[in-house]
Write a protein that binds this ligand. Structure first.
Ligand code: CA
Length: 225
């Protein structure tokens, strides 16, 4: 799950990005409205968290721009207490929820999860392949009835592989989606993570689901044979 944060206040922005990353999300941070809108237009996000008061263009205009290009991901506004009357304006523009500053991170996380759940109502909340099941809301993985503990990166990696089952995913794509970084060809971060993930979800089970496609990347599929 990928979240866009648009917040000019440095401390709040850093805190949100770090907190959401630790909670297992990929979080991008834009520090003003123009950068935020640009990211929202060029990347795919499952949710946007945006401050109302931003330099250059404010949160309302950013959201208006996002909706104008047809992006329907849920939007959570961060607003100061004295801007509450702006709620009506925000709702008209298609905001989904509000949080009044200052807020507890646990509260933000609860709202984020609710919005993501609502945003995905048409989509299943679990991803499956053979007897492997990944529960997105409970953040739980089960294979053959057995609970498997994954780190947040392993969970994100497995989620990506399951969402794009049968597709060979290049390392560069995995790097950008799971680690939010550009792929460095000298780095073996992905190989190591895939190996660890396989040890957990494939080693003691049949059929094997995750496969290396030499020179190309990785694929998760239920093979016919
Ligand atoms: Ca601000």
């Amino acid at each position: 799950m990928k979240i866009l944060i648009i917040e000019d206040e440095q401390k709040t922005g850093d805190y949100l990005k770090q907190g959401l990353s630790e909670a297992g999300f990929v979080a991008d941070l834009a520090r003003d409205g123009i950068d935020g809108l640009h990211l929202a237009m060029t990347e795919d996000y499952d949710l946007v968290i945006l401050d109302v008061m931003l330099p250059s263009i404010d949160g309302w205009q950013v959201l208006k721009g996002i909706r104008q290009i047809g992006k329907q991901m849920p939007a959570l506004f961060l607003t100061a207490r004295d801007q509450i009357e702006d709620r009506v304006k925000g709702l008209e523009l298609g905001a989904d929820d509000y949080l009044i500053k200052p807020f507890a991170f646990s509260e933000l996380l609860a709202r984020v999860r609710t919005l993501l759940k609502r945003g995905k109502t048409k989509e299943s909340e679990t991803l499956q392949a053979a007897d492997l099941e990944l529960d997105l809301l409970r953040r739980r993985v089960i294979r053959a009835g057995k609970r498997i503990d994954l780190t947040s990166k392993e969970f994100a990696l497995l989620e990506l592989l399951l969402r794009r089952q049968g597709e060979v995913l290049p390392r560069s794509l995995i790097a950008s989606q799971v680690w939010d970084m550009n792929f460095d060809s000298d780095s073996n971060v992905i190989e190591v993570a895939v190996r660890r993930l396989r040890a957990k979800v494939d080693d003691e089970f049949e059929p094997k689901l995750i496969r290396t496609v030499r020179g190309m990347g990785y694929v998760l599929e239920v093979s016919e044979t």
